[in-house]
Design a protein around this ligand. Structure first.
Ligand code: GLY
Length: 577
């Protein structure tokens, strides 16, 4: 590889930085010897730890947490949405559950286009037409039946209690509700729950969700059938039909979870298991890491112009593939082998100019967007069973509509499809035909619940919300631990950059890059600046095994589990025991 001047400059800086590659100042990760649960809402984390302490395994805890977050984290926790679960059992077997929403049977490719052929504003995000058939309950029940050990009633009991008795709203809960109040106010059923006499809740108020408690109790008693073949489906279909939607009873009856192998790849000796299509997440993380593996990233240093430009170029190429080539595996032939191959990474590296910024317009054209209001949680138990779950309503509170009588918020996941090729979605992604709408199809996702292992043992459990940024957030948490030697909390908290091919712009969080670095990058032709939407960058949740950072793990100085919830998450907690 030809070494540009920038590389040599970075080299000098790296030498000067010497043996202290991690620099960020963050609180220490939370330590636990027997188990760790990290979620975006502290009450849900406690639910998970209580399940582990009572003898449940990580999958049991993941199921109980999934139901609990539907109560205490309504912005993204859900029964009316969908998601993914990556499981690595202590014996090293891995699996992946896809319980993402599916398009209703009556869905059509052009269902969001008006007579002029252009997208009808809000149709794919704010109306009952935006709702995909929910998958979360089916997903949790399959996980519990196949990989859990505890009875359904036991795992639902904490969620039922939190819904029926209510929970006291703290600062983080209020901040999260504040983002939805305006939209929630427009739906009488939602307003009746999430507003107090039409006004926003305040800190110290108790949020009781009686209808949701009733729905959870029905699921506890009747299992997934209570949701998909019983009164809950009836109420959601009734609300949909009364409000211009297309959900039908058959959509619920025919819903099926898909179990498949995770996408796998290696990065500097670590085995990665992550989400396969219908998520783009695992594939694109692998593609970017494969490209970056060919460069001395650790040596070049965190936040240097050289590291940043290599990351940006790898992201640029990978997001072209994400946005043009990928879709639901039942409908599209996804180039999984190619995108995860080291040879393809070689080819991409050969196309990266050592001196000048790449130009997105020169790469194949396509693209659609995604919402940041998803949630991720990571769990590990005393035996080393590890679970990573990312699930979502898509936008914050989904459609912000509740089917009357259910207490269940409904997703707007249909917006993750290509509404019209080339037209950016809610979050600026421009997508193509592979992700076109079709009945029973799942929209392409970026959710990336990921588990790393080494020498047959779990090493890291990681994931994040963040729409199209989920991929680069998860990627940077991995790089910060593996390449930059940060401890887990630092790795998650460190300011981030993001590039998604289109728009051709390097987004950064405030202070992610120094003024000097910005000058160097600008000089090379990069359009780089603070993301105007930087407050929405996702809140990662992770666990490291055997040490708080790589040095401690490699020295064998640490034991147990180290958990970290993103400092950007104001209601979350890592709780170990
Ligand atoms: N709705 C966010 C995602 O699935 O990536």
């Amino acid at each position: 590889m030809h070494q540009p001047i920038l590389t040599r400059l970075s080299f000098v800086v790296a030498l000067w930085a010497g043996a202290a590659p991690a620099f960020a100042a963050s609180p220490a990760p939370v330590e636990g010897q027997n188990g760790m649960v990290v979620t975006a809402q502290h009450l849900a984390s406690q639910v998970g730890v209580d399940v582990l302490k009572a003898g449940g395994n990580a999958v049991d805890a993941a199921v109980a947490v999934g139901y609990a977050l539907a109560v205490v984290y309504p912005t993204a926790g859900n029964l009316g949405g969908g998601g993914f679960m990556t499981i690595r059992m202590a014996d090293g077997t891995t699996t992946f559950l896809d319980f993402r929403e599916r398009a209703p049977l009556a869905a059509t490719k052009d269902m969001y286009l008006g007579p002029d052929g252009n997208p009808i504003p809000g149709a794919s995000t704010e109306t009952y037409l935006a709702v995909g058939t929910p998958g979360s309950v089916a997903g949790f029940e399959m996980a519990r039946e196949k990989y859990g050990t505890r009875p359904r009633e036991e795992l639902l009991a904490p969620a039922i209690r939190l819904a029926s008795e209510g929970f006291v709203l703290e600062q983080g809960d209020i901040a999260s509700l504040a983002e939805g109040n305006e939209r929630l106010a427009q739906d009488p059923a939602a307003a009746g729950i999430f507003l107090k006499d039409g006004k926003p809740y305040a800190m110290g108020d108790r949020l009781v969700q009686a209808d949701l408690a009733k729905s959870l109790t029905q699921i506890s008693e009747g299992g997934a059938d209570a949701f998909y073949k019983g009164g809950i489906a009836d109420l959601i279909v009734k609300a949909s039909q009364a409000n211009g939607g297309i959900l039908a009873r058959e959509d619920f009856e025919q819903y099926k979870v898909r179990e498949m192998a995770p996408v796998t790849c290696s990065y500097r000796g670590y085995e990665i298991a992550s989400s396969p299509p219908p998520s783009s997440g695992g594939l694109i993380i692998c593609e970017i890491l494969n490209v970056l593996e060919g460069y001395p990233i650790s040596y070049l240093g965190y936040g240097s112009a050289e590291t940043t430009r290599l990351m940006v170029e790898a992201m640029r190429h990978a997001y072209v593939d994400r946005n043009t080539a990928l879709g639901d595996p039942d409908f599209v032939q996804n180039p999984v082998e190619k995108l995860t191959s080291k040879a393809y990474a070689d080819e991409i590296r050969s196309r990266i100019d050592a001196y000048r910024a790449g130009v997105s317009a020169d790469l194949k054209v396509n693209v659609s967007p995604e919402s940041p209001e998803t949630t991720h949680y990571s769990i590990i138990d005393k035996d080393g069973n590890a679970v990573a779950v990312t699930y979502t309503l898509n936008g914050s509170f989904g459609t912000a509509k509740v089917a009357e009588g259910t207490g269940i918020l409904l997703n707007n996941e249909m917006d993750d499809f290509t509404v019209k090729p080339g037209v950016p979605n809610l979050y600026g992604l421009v997508q193509g035909e592979a992700n076109a709408i079709a009945p029973r199809k799942s929209p392409l996702s970026s959710m990336s619940p990921t588990i790393l292992s080494k020498d047959g043992k779990p090493f890291m459990v990681i994931g994040s919300p963040g729409g199209s940024r989920i991929i680069t957030i998860t990627l940077q948490a991995i790089m910060n631990v593996v390449d930059h030697g940060m401890d887990l909390q630092e790795a998650i908290d460190a300011p981030r950059i993001h590039h998604q091919w289109l728009p051709d712009r390097v987004f950064m969080e405030p202070r992610a890059l120094s003024p000097d670095t910005l000058r160097l990058l600008t000089g090379m032709g990069y359009n780089v600046g603070i993301d105007p939407d930087w407050t929405i960058w996702g809140e990662a949740a992770g666990i490291l095994v055997g040490g708080k950072n790589l040095a401690q793990i490699e020295d064998g100085d640490g034991t147990g589990y180290y958990g970290a919830i993103d400092s950007r998450a104001s209601a979350g907690a890592a709780i170990g025991y």
